[in-house]
Design a binder for this molecule. Structure first.
Ligand code: FAD
Ligand code: SF4
Length: 327
């Protein structure tokens, strides 16, 4: 596998980046750490002739307890004691991304926008050609759910569920100005699974903002993967909130690694506010979340197994968060 030639652009300000994106509309990708994009390019997946590198854009850098710049490296966040104390669920999730080497280059923005996964897609050009390609790249049908309209590739980022559980927002910049959306709103759940985000053409992720209410919340992220030192999630459960033995004051659960988009289950957790987080409620919640999610057969582990693991992992995450890290 080789990397085809592309033209590399290195803007040095956010305005210049947005200007360039407008000029090259439809013909470029942003390049952050490159740990996802460049392996995909080597497999000839949806190549563009231009790459806009983001490492010289100062507005995308910098971190505090309330703001994570899009170009912050995951390894640096992982070492930040203030962040680890403030958000245990994020601390867990960061440590579960890929390997230390990948985290040394991988960034917050790149992780939120990591390509979805499917074993008919993440393959070399020749492998895919032998099967006639698929909807998501170069073809016109899906090998997982045979039809011609929708892609079911699996959402495989670890940070998004954790940030969704913390009520975080993403700051975006584009030709139309700046805006903020909840992290969950970044993903186009009503879409066709191919164009996987709600980003407008050329829009860039500037930063993630965490609300003051999330600081000091309890939390846990539990991940199912084949090789614990390396692999993408086959299931990722994030739990965050505040509670005492007698009373839940806030609770969010978000799940990734199962469907095409990460999902949060406020309709199930909101009714628990004000009551105790006892075993009966934990079990009920875990089973119901398991019932609502539908994995398909496009990752290493069989969908039936992944589905059966959902309540197990939700229960584990909730119990560990309940009994573990301090309020
Ligand atoms: C061996 C291996 C294992 C991995 N395991 C995991 C895993 O377990 N969990 C996991 O979550 N990920 C995993 N990854 C994927 C990836 O390494 C990480 O998600 C990483 O955080 C991606 O960040 P990056 O900066 O390298 O993104 P890049 O590869 O540079 O970019 C990824 C995508 O995001 C877009 N992009 C990047 N930054 C911005 C921005 N600021 N605004 C708009 N678009 C942007 C790019 O155009 C591209 O489409 C793995 C990768 C490898 C190679
Ligand atoms: S789910 Fe279907 S369309 Fe999507 S990547 Fe897999 S085979 Fe292709």
């Amino acid at each position: 596998m080789h990397l085809d030639p592309f033209e590399l652009h290195q803007p040095t300000s956010l305005d210049a980046t947005v200007g360039l994106a407008t000029e090259l509309a439809g013909k470029f990708d942003y390049l952050a750490g490159g740990t996802d994009l460049l392996p995909n390019y080597k497999m000839h997946l949806n190549l563009r002739p231009h790459l806009i590198a983001l490492d010289l854009v100062p507005e995308l850098k910098g971190r505090s307890v309330g703001r994570l710049g899009a170009m912050e490296r995951l390894a640096d966040l992982e070492q930040d004691a203030a962040l680890r104390r403030a958000y245990p669920v994020l601390d867990d999730a960061l440590r579960e991304v890929a390997t230390p080497l990948v985290r040394a280059s991988g960034t917050v923005g790149g992780n939120l926008l990591v390509e979805t996964r499917c074993f008919f897609f993440n393959q070399s050009y020749f492998w895919r050609a032998s099967l006639g390609f698929c909807l998501k790249a170069d073809g016109d049908r899906c090998h997982v759910v045979p039809q011609k309209e929708r892609c079911y590739a699996t959402f495989s980022g670890d940070l998004a569920p954790a940030l969704m559980a913390l009520d975080a927002e993403v700051e975006l910049a584009g030709a139309g100005g700046r805006r903020r959306v909840p992290v969950g709103g970044l993903y186009d759940a009503a879409g066709d699974g191919i164009r996987r985000t709600t980003l407008r053409p050329g829009e860039i992720v500037v930063a993630v903002h965490l609300p003051p209410s999330a600081e000091g919340s309890r939390g846990r992220y539990k991940k199912l993967r084949v090789r614990p030192s390396y692999d993408f999630p086959e299931l990722g459960v994030a739990v965050a909130g505040r509670w005492t033995r007698e009373r839940v004051d806030s609770l969010r659960i978000a799940v990734g690694g199962v469907e095409t988009y990460p999902r949060r289950f406020d309709e199930l957790t909101d009714p628990l506010i004000g009551g105790p987080l006892d075993d009966e409620r934990v079990n009920g919640l875990a089973e119901e979340i398991g019932r609502r999610l539908r994995p398909v057969h496009n990752t290493f582990l069989l969908p039936d197994y992944r589905k059966r693991m959902i309540p197990v992992f939700v229960r584990r995450a909730l119990r560990e968060a309940r009994e573990g890290n301090a309020a």
